[in-house]
Design a protein. Structure first.
Length: 758
């Protein structure tokens, strides 16, 4: 450890630091990994370390490379250091984000990769426009092979540090039947021709330069005496390779991060980078920041016990000097609407006790979950804000879908028609649409009527006439169907027949799956209203509920967006298998994705300072059908000593039992002939009830009295039948929970009461 001079007064930047933080500051030489748990003051340690390097004159500010992930983090770090060392911070030209620093380097060496120093950095729109041109020039159908999908694929390759020459046949097959690498090469050539690059190129070009021009690499290795990296667990392969090259000579690199909070693999982050730090830099000092300044012991105990189930981690134990506080409360509710009602009641209780809405947050796994909370809070008058995204009805895909419904409901809605007329793309150019507008103004008629009339003229091209005619015909047909179909079913057909759903299904961007989930949730929301008109009126009232500046509000956001934030009270909604952990994530990534989902759960719990509520519902309504759910495996992994479980039912009559299988099974009461409460009547009323086959009901009945012990008639390797997933073979048994390899649906986790022996 590099100590200060004997008898020297303690510099102000060391005051208030605990021993591990001081060690992270004073261990100046050699590779250092600071494992900073949630709420352990890692920013204070990192900025104090920078101040220490400057204060002790180990390096001039211009000889330090300090990398952050966001501009906000870079600004905050610069401000903090400025308060510690004064004007010296102004001489730190190499403090910034990966992209800003790489761009500065690249402008100095642009000619080495065929660019000029005044190159342009393309935004997303320009990038997509260029890719669309290349796809069209290659005689590919852009509807089948969207430019957005190719952009996402190229971004993934650049995050991995791959040039077009590095793309093998397997990767190339991911686009246009093997033409991915070819289009990537054409794209890169086109960028150079117009003296431009995209964000991925900033690091990729510098990687190529550092690998192929030894003199450039050595100049930067000599320049940077010390390297500091924040949020190291979020680095992708390209960033990792770039840092490793720059640090190899001096090896004075300090990385700060938390392997337990690596939750961004979907945008290229690789947790393996932080896990192999000691291998990359032999003799590295590992310093663990474990004293938490945020949460109570019960919250930390619950989070630590949960994350301990992950095998791919370096390990640490969080502790705090705070008082014991309340246990984490796990609340089982009947369905999604009751989940929203219960959270609303708990928030109102806190208000009455003098708490502020600003101190409350609702964290969800998927954006579509916010809709029921928004509707509930509008109804009872709780102000709220959506962070990291739009309110549900303000999202682009929801506005598009609503525009289709508005045109069907109200033919004279010109704003809605303008929104859908070329969404998805129908080949209608600006000239054709301008003529429709001109006719509507001239005849003082709505756009839909003007569009119908212009079909009888030769004012627009045959292609535009055909596309517009198809749309007008569809709208007329949907209006006729509106009198016969339930409005939710009508919405489903409109989204399918218009090609809007297919547009997002073909989109391979990271956001596409979430947009499809939001559309599903929109249709589900419509089922709660008697008519299409009533639903559209409700939406108008919700949209009119503008945020009022300065007013206390509940925060609603995804767990991903909440990283780095903290609140006194946190409500974690939807902790059910398939929702959290996400079934899509498990299907695509297996064990690695499960561990990331568990890290996400850890991040969620550690956002809470004083109170944490985890909610799971026994039923979710999907496409008009009540689907039973089991609580997330993460609930079962919470240490019992830090958790208090309870269940609730609407109307005061409980259908819950003491065992997990009956809690997760809305049909258990049929099997034993129990009294049916109001929630049960709602679940099975009308045509929406789809009773289970007799053999499944019998299987459930046989499991009722077993509780957590599980059924004695089941064994590993046994073939079973599940009403939803079909036939499968039991792979794992844990009490009354089964892991089953289904013949069609893959591996799923289900309750034993939901299967029958075949």
């Amino acid at each position: 450890m590099s100590q200060l001079a004997p008898n020297a007064p303690e510099p102000p930047y060391l005051r208030g630091l605990n021993p591990p933080q001081r060690e992270a500051v004073l261990t100046a030489e050699g590779p250092v990994l600071v494992l900073a748990g949630a709420g352990t003051g890692k920013t204070a340690a990192l900025t104090a370390r920078l101040a220490h390097l400057i204060y002790t004159r180990r390096a001039w500010p211009s000889e330090i490379l300090a990398v952050t992930f966001t501009n906000k983090a870079a600004r905050e770090m610069r401000e903090r250091i400025g308060r510690m060392v004064g004007d010296a911070v102004e001489g730190m030209p190499w403090l910034g984000t990966f992209h800003s620093i790489a761009a500065k380097m690249l402008r100095r060496h642009a000619e080495l990769v065929g660019l000029q120093s005044n190159f342009t950095i393309l935004d997303t729109d320009d990038q997509l426009r260029l890719l669309k041109q290349l796809i069209a020039a290659s005689d590919l159908d852009e509807k089948r092979w969207p430019a957005r999908s190719l952009a996402g694929l190229i971004d993934k390759w650049k995050n991995r540090g791959w040039t077009p020459q590095d793309i093998d046949a397997g990767e190339s097959e991911l686009f246009a039947n093997g033409r991915g690498a070819e289009l990537y090469a054409q794209y890169q050539a086109r960028l150079k021709a117009v003296n431009a690059c995209d964000f991925g190129d900033l690091l990729l070009h510098m990687l190529v330069i550092l690998k192929t021009h030894r003199d450039v690499l050595e100049s930067y290795q000599q320049r940077f005496k010390y390297i500091l990296v924040d949020e190291y667990q979020d680095t992708n392969a390209s960033q990792y390779l770039w840092l490793r090259l720059l640090a190899q000579a001096r090896k004075n690199i300090c990385c700060v991060g938390d392997d337990d909070q690596s939750i961004y693999s979907w945008r290229g982050a690789e947790v393996a980078n932080i896990l192999r730090f000691e291998k990359d830099f032999p003799g590295a000092v590992i310093i663990r920041l474990e004293q938490n300044y945020r949460s109570t012991p019960h919250i930390l105990g619950a989070a630590s016990g949960l994350i301990a189930a992950n095998s791919g981690r370096l390990g640490k134990t969080l502790w705090t000097e705070h008082g014991e506080g309340e246990k984490v409360r796990v609340l089982g509710v009947w369905d999604g609407p009751e989940e929203a009602r219960r959270v609303g009641e708990l928030i109102e209780d806190q208000q009455r006790a003098g708490g502020s809405l600003d101190d409350c947050a609702i964290l969800v796994r998927a954006q579509h979950q916010t809709r029921e909370f928004e509707d509930r809070f509008i109804a009872i008058g709780i102000p709220y804000r959506i962070i990291g995204g739009f309110r549900f009805y303000e999202r682009a895909e929801i506005r598009d879908a609503l525009a289709y419904l508005r045109v069907v409901h109200q033919p004279s809605d010109d704003l809605a028609f303008e929104r859908i007329v070329n969404t998805p793309k129908r080949g209608l150019g600006d000239k054709a649409l301008a003529k429709v507008h001109a006719l509507a103004r001239a005849q003082s008629v709505p756009l839909t009527l003007a569009a119908a009339r212009i079909l009888d003229t030769d004012e627009i091209t045959p292609q535009a006439r055909r596309a517009l005619g198809n749309l007008i015909g569809d709208i007329a047909r949907w209006r006729d169907m509106a009198a016969q179909l339930p409005h939710a079913e009508l919405a489903r057909q409109i989204l399918d027949e218009s090609g809007y759903t297919a547009m997002w299904q073909a989109d391979r961007s990271a956001e596409a799956a979430g947009r499809l989930e939001n559309l599903t949730e929109l249709v589900r929301a419509m089922e709660e209203y008697e008519t299409l008109g009533a639903f559209l009126e409700h939406v108008s009232l919700v949209m009119d509920n503008d945020e009022r500046a300065g007013e206390a509000q509940v925060t609603i956001m995804t767990i991903h967006a909440a990283k780095g934030l903290e609140f006194d009270t946190v409500f974690l909604a939807g902790w059910e298998e398939g929702l959290f952990p996400s079934q899509r994530a498990l299907d695509e990534g297996g064990v690695a994705s499960l561990e990331e989902e568990r890290r996400l759960a850890y991040v969620a719990i550690t956002r809470a300072r004083r109170k944490c509520f985890i909610l799971h519902a026994a039923n979710r309504r999907i496409y008009g059908q009540w689907t039973s759910s089991i609580s997330s495996r993460f609930v079962a992994e919470l240490p019992a000593g830090h958790v208090e479980e309870e269940t609730s039912m609407t109307g005061g009559e409980s259908l819950w039992r003491a065992n997990w299988s009956e809690r997760a099974d809305p049909f258990a009461n049929v099997a034993r002939g129990a009294t049916r409460g109001p929630g049960w009547q709602r679940a099975v009323s009308g045509d929406q009830f789809n009773p289970a086959p007799a053999r499944v009901v019998e299987a459930r009945a046989s499991a009722v009295s077993l509780g957590n012990k599980g059924r004695s008639d089941l064994a590993l390797g046994q073939r079973v039948f599940h009403q939803k997933f079909g036939y499968g073979t039991i792979a794992e048994i844990e009490g009354n929970k089964l892991e089953i390899d289904f013949e069609q649906a893959g591996r799923k986790r289900v309750m034993d009461s939901f299967v029958a022996v075949t």
